[in-house]
Structures are given as C-alpha cells and as structure tokens.
Design a protein around this ligand. Structure first.
Ligand SMILES: C[S@@+](CC[C@H](N)C(=O)[O-])C[C@H]1O[C@@H](n2cnc3c(N)ncnc32)[C@H](O)[C@@H]1O
Length: 332
C-alpha cells in the first residue's frame, strides 16, 4: 500500500533473465505500467494477473482471474521460467487503519466474493502463490513481496509481518536470501521484502529521457528514479550528502543502499541511520554534493550554499540533469 517497491526491479535489471509475473495489478501505485515498460525495454515476457475485472488493452494484463487459478492452469502451459515475481495482491487489513471507511468497504468487497479479508488469509494466499510459482522459477529468481516488512529484532515472534510473511519463512528455510527490505517496524504502510536465490546484482539504472514529472504532492513518486539521478550527479570517490527531515531521504536511500554509492547525512535529520555517516554543515568539503530532499526547502538551500560543499541540488534538479544526460546519450 503506497510502497511503490516495484521500481527496485530497475536496480536488478541485469539479473532478470526470464519472465516477470505480477499478481495484483494496477490499482493506483503504477506497478503494471512500470513492469510493462521494463519488460518491453528488456524484451522479456510479462504477465499481470488480477482477480478484479478491469478493462485491459494489453494481452498480457489478465483480469478477472485469481493468481492461484492462473498459476495452476495457465502458467504450466506457457513453458516459461519466471525470474521475477511481484506479489502484491490479497489486501492486508492494517490494524491501525481498521477504522477507515475504505478498509471497511474492502472487507465488504472481499465478503461479496465469499472471502474473509484477514491477515491470515492474505499471508496464506501469498504462500499458496509462492508454492505454485516454485516449479516454474528460473535458477536465478527473485520474489518481491509488497506490504511486507521485517519486525524489530527485539520483538518476539516471527521475523517478518505482512502479506509475504509465511511465504518468506518458507523460502528462507530453503536457502533463499533477503536482497532488500524496508526498515524493521511493528506495522508499516510502505513495507517490502525482496528475496532471491542464485545470482543477483544491484546496480544504478541508466538515465531516462521520457516525460515523467516530479510532483511534490504525489506521495507515490518514483524514488528509484530520483535516487539514480542524484547518484549520477556525484563524481566517483565523492560523497552524496542527504539533507532533509527523513521520509523522502529515507525512501531515496532505500534504492541506493548496497549499490556502492558513497553517502552521508546532515546531522539535522530527526532520526539516526546506523548505516550512514553523519556530518555537520561545518564538516562539508569540496568532495561533498548535498541533495536537498524536503519538497520546499528554500531556507535550507540558502544555508547550505554558504558551506564548502561542492554542490547543492534538489531532486527535481537531479531529475532534469538525468533527462538531459539521457538525451545526450541517445543522440551520441
Ligand atoms: C494492493 S492492490 C495492487 C496494487 C498494484 N500493485 C499497484 O501498483 O497499483 C491489490 C490487488 O490484488 C487483487 N487481488 C486480491 N486477491 C487476489 C488474488 N487472489 N489473485 C489476484 N489478484 C488478487 C485486488 O483485486 C487488487 O487489485
């Protein structure tokens, strides 16, 4: 829900060497259109399955069929291996959102299909789909579970919670490993866990010239693309310094973590991040490139421009730089 973890596939593009399957299609977060573009760019087969009947012009976007039905009856006939599965279907009834009208409507919608919208049933559906996928997975395979998150190490009980929790226990017991995950929490709306077996490598995706625009009010912005654009503004050996109050910078850092990009953060962030070095304004030097992540930060901009940092830039500036880079590469 609102996690937008699907852009992670761009960071693992070089490792996706067989088909992509999504269970739980487009419903506001843009996953299906993202995978359609990715599959077309990389000439890979892709199918998106959703139980809800929705108009679709694309033959590989199948609606009105459950993921379980499609995996049982259609996937075996396709004679293909699956390298990447995105499981984001049977909705998760967040405990802290139980009072929301839309969640009550969702419970009624599932009940009309004779299905009880419970956490147990959501986990079971994602486990069943994982078991049905297993015989068709490529040797190098990854599964991205949305609305799934690691629990704090101090919390008693299972290691993960959310839609994919029991499927993850199953896969990890069979030697799969966690490649990427949201930070641990008791409950989080933007949780995800990416697990894999075989060879998987995380790299910055290339710049793109197409017309995606930055909208500060859009909570489902593609931070994956913004992160790659920001990283490209920093020369090799220099450090990207994240300046902001937390949420945006954390989303962006989620994509850069483990790509080898050198990063630090300014000490006026609310929370500490154990995996990042902490700097003050006075410690900025000509090898630091400061990225401002809050959406309106004129004061911060002015303050940081008076430091010794090599450059200070915003996310829209990074994206613009990336677009012109992509145009130059295309023209060359
Ligand atoms: C959270 S939404 C998916 C959001 C989507 N990934 C996006 O980016 O907008 C969950 C979807 O799962 C679908 N769904 C629920 N149970 C399903 C099942 N058993 N098989 C396939 N789809 C299912 C619902 O119809 C709903 O569209």
């Amino acid at each position: 829900m609102g996690a937008r973890s699907h852009p992670l596939i761009d960071y693992y593009a070089a490792s996706v060497r067989a088909a992509i399957v999504e269970i739980g299609g487009e419903r506001g977060d843009g996953s299906t259109s993202h995978f359609l573009r990715f599959a077309a760019d990389h000439r890979l087969p892709f199918w998106s399955i959703d139980i809800a009947q929705r108009p679709s012009e694309h033959p590989s976007v199948i609606t009105g069929t459950s993921g379980e039905d499609w995996l049982t009856h259609t996937l075996p006939t396709l004679r293909t291996q699956v390298a990447f599965a995105y499981l984001d279907n049977f909705d998760w009834p967040y405990a802290s959102l139980g009072h929301k009208r839309w969640l009550q409507d969702q419970v009624a919608e599932y009940a009309a299909r004779g299905v009880s919208l419970t956490r147990e049933n959501s986990m079971q559906a994602h486990l069943n789909q994982t078991l049905l996928l297993e015989p068709h997975l490529a040797p190098d395979a990854a599964i991205l579970f949305d609305d799934t998150w690691p629990r704090p190490s101090t919390a008693p009980g299972p290691r993960f919670d959310g839609k994919g929790a029991t499927a993850l226990a199953h896969l990890l017991a069979r030697g799969w490993r966690v490649l990427d995950a949201s930070d641990p929490a008791i409950e989080r709306y933007d949780g995800f866990v990416l697990v894999a077996r075989g060879r998987w490598e995380k790299r910055l995706p290339p710049p793109r010239a197409d017309g995606w625009t930055w909208n500060a009010r859009d909570d489902a912005r593609d931070w994956g693309r913004a992160a790659a654009a920001a990283a490209r503004l920093v020369p090799p050996g220099h450090t990207l310094v994240l300046a902001g109050l937390g949420k945006n910078a954390k989303r962006l850092w989620r994509y850069l973590r483990s790509t080898g990009v050198r990063a630090a953060f300014l000490d006026d962030l609310v929370e500490r991040w154990p995996d990042l070095a902490r700097l003050s304004d006075a410690e900025l030097t000509a090898s630091h490139h400061v990225l401002i992540t809050p959406d309106s930060a004129d004061d911060l901009h002015q303050r940081l421009r008076s430091t010794a940092a090599a450059a200070v830039f915003t996310v829209p500036e990074a994206l613009e730089h990336d677009r012109s880079l992509a145009r130059q590469l295309a023209a060359a």
